[in-house]
Design a protein around this ligand. Structure first.
Ligand SMILES: Nc1ncnc2c1ncn2[C@@H]1O[C@H](COP(=O)(O)OP(=O)(O)OP(=O)(O)O)[C@@H](O)[C@H]1O
Ligand SMILES: [Mg+2]
Length: 221
């Protein structure tokens, strides 16, 4: 079993949105993923109640319960656990990072957003994890070249020492439409660009998770 913690000190960057998408992509009929909603705002639980599908499973949790919940998930045979966290509760973020095999840090590509990533990277360093930054809310590509703001964000994140996902998630209205229907973009519009991006991100993350223990892998065994 592998645990992914989605964390960022900054609000509104896409923690909940990525958590829901990763959890559906990580689910199969035989082996659903488990979502742990550790944000008292419970946005993830709200979306989950809108869903008709049986997967993923969801538990509304307090971050202090995470070590026990992760152990229980392992006993119950879950393959993937995804933890959504609040932006401002440092203890909750650290708690999720501690049990994670991979820490995912979504960010917008703007300069002030990137400056805030540094504080999340500091927390990850405190628990010995190497996070994966994911640029979300990017302007959609109009041609073959990546928008300049995305390339600049990659460079800035690299200069902070962050590992950056190759896949960038663009700002797309289909994301809102999907969420409002209790769906993911892949379920709402399987052939859409958003579904393609989120799918590519999941493949990248799976490759990291199955790449054996590296600096980013955790102690949740
Ligand atoms: N790629 C995207 N395209 C369009 N809308 C998006 C995208 N990613 C996120 N959103 C929207 O942006 C808003 C903020 O996203 P989300 O709630 O996932 O962020 P968050 O980091 O979990 O926020 P919080 O810190 O408040 O928990 C939501 O309304 C969400 O639907
Ligand atoms: Mg959230």
């Amino acid at each position: 079993m592998k645990v992914i913690a989605v964390t960022a000190r900054k609000g509104g960057v896409g923690k909940t949105t990525l958590s829901m998408h990763l959890s559906v992509l990580a689910s199969t009929a035989e082996k659903p993923a488990l979502l742990l909603d550790c944000d008292p705002q419970r946005s993830l639980a709200w979306w989950h109640r809108l869903r008709e599908a049986d997967v993923p499973n969801l538990i509304e949790a307090d971050a202090r319960e995470l070590p026990e919940l992760v152990q229980a998930a392992r006993r119950e045979g879950f393959g993937r656990v995804i933890i959504d966290t609040p932006p401002h509760a440092e203890d909750s973020i650290l708690g999720a990072m501690r049990v994670a095999d991979l820490v995912v840090v979504p960010t917008r590509p703007g300069p002030l957003d990137l400056a805030a990533v540094a504080t999340t990277l500091d927390l990850a360093a405190r628990v010995g994890k190497e996070p994966l930054a994911v640029i979300n809310h990017a302007p959609p590509r109009t041609g073959a070249a990546e928008p300049a703001i995305v390339t600049e964000a990659r460079t800035a994140l690299g200069n902070m020492g962050a590992r950056v996902a190759e896949t960038v998630i663009a700002n797309r209205v289909s994301m809102s439409h999907a969420i409002l229907s209790g769906l993911t973009v892949g379920e709402h519009e399987p052939d859409g660009k958003a579904a393609g991006e989120v799918g590519a991100l999941w493949r990248e993350i799976e490759a990291l998770l199955s790449g054996g223990p590296g600096k980013g892998s955790g102690n949740a065994r």
